[in-house]
Design a protein around this ligand. Structure first.
Ligand SMILES: Cc1cc2nc3c(=O)[nH]c(=O)nc-3n(C[C@H](O)[C@H](O)[C@H](O)COP(=O)(O)OP(=O)(O)OC[C@H]3O[C@@H](n4cnc5c(N)ncnc54)[C@H](O)[C@@H]3O)c2cc1C
Length: 295
């Protein structure tokens, strides 16, 4: 079925207005951002909201800015906007690496960061990235806002902590000096969803003579990693010297702890193998960037 069922349409003009509309129309209403996930689901009748609350007219949700020591990214920022942002790329090259391989220009021109996270597709790239860089999601309700670490944002496939009457408004990422980050993805063809993907960020200990990892973040997409991250590999890396051997071992640990499923994109063993290899490569590039050896 390629035709959605009847749906009412409301256009929100502010966050408060969107929250009022969500409260008025209840749990059968849905927020419409870029619509690249929601509209196809409606066409297939996998989603049948009674009312769409269009948030595209809310101007305050589309900015990318530094505030204090945080990078702030509005929920309505489009993929293309994030890819174009020198500020985002300067602090977290992993964001640009990932955005270059998400979908195609048509989807990237309209699909949003907030919609991607709220869709919570297990193969979604940005959840892995924002998990790796330890972002916090700001969720607004009628009684106020709450901040939830992205690592606690997903409850399972297609399910998040955002309640039906709430709005994801912003992602906040703490900036720390001495870091480098990178994203590596394998897809069957250009613009496709991941077969497997890994994002890494590492910070080096400035006090140590030989480069040593003081903190690491590793995000995984499409391979059944809990909360899109590889915590065991992160724990292993903390305090280790920067070396190919350590990164290969961390990749192995990430592969051992993920739970990929066989599907049309490949068998589980292949995805597990990719997880190890892509984690190792992402860590290597992140370290090179932290050492100023790669842009
Ligand atoms: C052909 C194609 C290829 C793609 N390839 C990739 C890929 O390789 N990697 C990848 O990661 N993604 C991929 N995507 C997904 C793409 O990134 C979409 O943009 C994204 O899934 C949804 O963003 P959206 O703004 O379109 O959200 P929408 O479709 O508008 O909304 C998605 C869901 O989130 C909810 N929602 C949206 N915004 C908010 C908010 N601020 N607060 C609360 N709830 C909200 C909606 O109610 C809905 O349930 C692809 C999509 C297509 C169509």
């Amino acid at each position: 079925m390629q035709v959605p069922s009847h749906v009412e349409y409301e256009r929100a003009t502010s966050v408060e207005h969107a929250l009022e509309l969500l409260a008025r129309f209840g749990p059968e209403s849905r927020v419409l951002a870029g619509g690249h996930s929601l509209i196809p689901m409606m066409k297939l009748r996998l989603a049948q909201p009674e009312t769409l609350i269009d948030i595209n007219g809310i101007s305050g949700l589309s900015r990318i800015a530094m505030e204090g020591d945080e990078l702030r990214i509005g929920a309505l920022v489009r993929h293309a906007q994030l890819l174009d942002s020198a500020l985002a790329g300067e602090h977290f090259p992993v964001l640009h690496d990932a955005e270059r391989v998400i979908a195609d220009p048509i989807v990237r021109n309209w699909g949003t960061i907030g919609g991607s996270l709220c869709q919570a597709d297990p193969s979604e790239d940005l959840s892995a990235v924002f998990g790796a860089i330890r972002a916090t999601a700001v969720i607004q309700g009628r009684d106020g806002a709450r901040a939830v670490p992205v690592r606690e944002f997903h409850l399972g496939p297609y399910e998040t902590v955002v309640a039906p009457d709430e709005l994801l408004t912003e992602l906040r990422v703490p900036i720390r000096p001495g870091g480098g980050s990178a994203y590596e993805k394998v897809a069957r063809r250009v613009g496709d969803w991941s077969v497997a993907a890994a994002g890494a960020v590492i910070w080096l200990d400035p006090a140590s003579g030989t480069p040593t990892v003081s903190e690491a973040g590793i995000g995984l997409a499409a391979v059944g990693a809990g909360h899109f991250v590889a915590e065991e590999a992160e724990d292993f890396l903390r305090g280790q010297p920067v070396s190919d051997e350590m990164f290969a071992r961390a990749g192995q640990i990430a592969a051992e702890h993920c739970t990929p499923s066989a599907d049309q994109r490949g068998p589980a063993d292949y995805k597990r193998h990719l997880t190890g290899e892509l984690t190792t490569r992402a860590l290597r590039r992140a370290a090179a960037r932290a050492c100023g050896q790669e842009a």
